[in-house]
Design a binder for this molecule. Structure first.
Ligand code: HEM
Length: 315
């Protein structure tokens, strides 16, 4: 009994360390960071996004992806937004990223209310949460306090996972490098419930790929050959955040190799099948938790970086 107690005493601090060392708080972020400096910041962002998504629901997916592409390269420091030659924005994986103008619009509203206070990196994290909520998905408290980076390098986008030519172990490694677990990988891939894709992102799978449902492949081939270059990733519900992505993947109708390989490992397959057959509340809760982790990758805080006046340019 005494030795059990001793083991607990020794292991508890270790367990707590491993929980908190990767947490948003440990990275210097806190929920309500702008409570005194810009008390209406989150309401301003939500109200602006509410109008934008009502008029252009297809931007929801684009803006969620924008935050992911920012966080995986140099951390969530808004480096993806910087204009210039050979910046992240100009690199191949980001040529299909949309929604930059929305961030400029939200930033302009915040600059009117509280000049020089709210970072572009925080705007990206808040907007990502709000577009999910506005498309009938969950909401979650977003820890804030990120600062904006001054550097953006096109070549560093090689840290983003490619949609094809990737195995499940490569994919879990890419996420592990960013401090994200195998569960986070499956949960965050659920973001593909929103949005659209270019045919070129999955055309490698259309001719002979037995991990893609042949009937579905035929439909995709027909769509892509008809001169269209864009398809819904989650047909019928691309502007609704729900669990149907997991239903699609479990029927071998995930669009990318990176979606399909989630069925190839027993652990990732169990998560996919669990979310496909379970109630959405479990996925919703897990999605918020994984987003908080993703939104905390490599953040700049305190006196690091700067608060940009315009999101597309350094001060
Ligand atoms: C697991 C690795 C991932 C890969 C390989 C991947 C790849 C892609 C690709 C190739 C597209 C289509 C781009 C196009 O052709 O226009 C796409 C779209 C999208 N991705 Fe991912 N993605 C991954 C993870 C994520 C994560 C973690 C999120 C967010 C949390 C995300 C959110 C989205 C969204 C919302 C879209 C639709 C964008 C739009 O409508 O413009 N993806 N992804």
């Amino acid at each position: 009994m005494a030795s059990k107690g001793l083991v607990l005493v020794l292991l508890l601090p270790l367990a707590l360390f491993s929980v908190f060392s990767g947490s948003a708080e440990a990275q210097g972020l806190s929920v309500g960071f702008y409570n005194t400096t810009c008390p209406d910041a989150e309401t301003i962002v939500y109200d602006e996004m509410s109008g934008i998504i009502k008029n252009a629901p297809s931007l929801a997916g684009a803006l969620l992806r924008l935050h992911f592409h920012d966080c995986f390269v140099r951390g969530c420091d808004a480096s993806i937004l910087l204009n210039g030659s050979a910046t992240e924005k100009t690199a191949i994986p980001n040529l299909t990223v949309r929604g930059y103008g929305v961030i400029d619009r939200v930033k302009a509203k915040l600059e009117q209310a509280c000049p020089g206070t709210v970072s572009c990196a925080d705007i990206l994290a808040l907007v990502a949460r709000d577009v999910v909520t506005l498309t009938k998905g969950p909401s979650w408290p977003v820890p804030t306090g990120r600062r904006d980076g001054r550097v953006s390098i096109a070549n560093e986008t090689s840290q983003l996972p490619p949609p094809f030519g990737i195995s499940i172990s490569n994919l879990t490694d890419v996420f592990a490098c960013k401090g994200l677990s195998t569960k986070d990988l499956v949960v965050l891939s659920g973001a593909h419930t929103l949005g659209i894709s270019h045919c070129s992102s999955f055309s490698n799978r259309l001719e002979s790929d037995d991990t893609l449902d042949p009937a579905y492949a035929a439909k995709l081939r027909a769509k892509c050959k008809s001169g269209r270059t864009l398809v819904e990733m989650d047909p019928g519900s691309r502007t609704t955040f729900d669990t149907s992505y997991f239903e699609q993947v479990s029927k071998r109708r995930g669009l990318f190799t990176s979606d399909a390989v989630l069925l190839q490992d027993p652990q990732t397959r169990a998560y996919v099948q669990g979310y496909a057959s379970g109630c959405s509340s479990e996925f919703f809760k897990d999605f918020g938790d994984s987003m908080v982790k993703m939104s905390s990758i490599g953040v700049l805080t305190g006196t690091e970086g700067e608060i940009r006046k315009l999101c597309f340019a350094r001060n």
